[in-house]
Design a protein around this ligand. Sequence first.
Ligand code: SLL
Length: 172
Amino acid sequence: RVRVRGVSIYRPIIYGNTATALTQKERDVLPTPDHTHRWTVAVRSAASAPDSDQVGGADDLSYFIKRVTFKLHDTYPNPSRNVDKHPFEVSETGWGEFDIHIRITFVAESGEKAITMYHHLKLHPWSISLEPEPQAPSADVALKAGPVHSWQYDEIVFHDPYQNFLNILTSH
Ligand code: SLL
């Protein structure tokens, strides 16, 4: 296994969440009627053209990502969710915002250590104009406002990559 010294190669990603307020009808049929939102947390390519209705690209990142573990709040059953194939995302319902640990494990050929990122799940369209005290908008207001988005752009950089991993990266 040969490292290619002096080479740095990066892959642009976005990570974050989309959330939609549930209607009363939708809440009534849930096993958990206290849940107010449906949300999706994801790691996606930032390089490719987006699908019409989603944030980020539709590219399959599994040529260099082996697993994404989304560690949810302990109030969720099996809070550590492993996703081993595209799309790297988890969808749930819930009522509260919390920090999600996003651990990315790379394919074995990379010889790279896993990395961890943090994302604060955003459900509410908080606005600085909510005076005098910031508070979550009412269900009516949230429904009218439509989906909430909270995404971060980042670049995963590989320094001195192994030759065969570099080949994998550049042939995609
Ligand atoms: C808060 N610190 O108090 C946060 C915790 C937890 C959110 C939020 C679903 C839990 C379930 C859920 O939304 N948990 O019923 O499975 O706001």
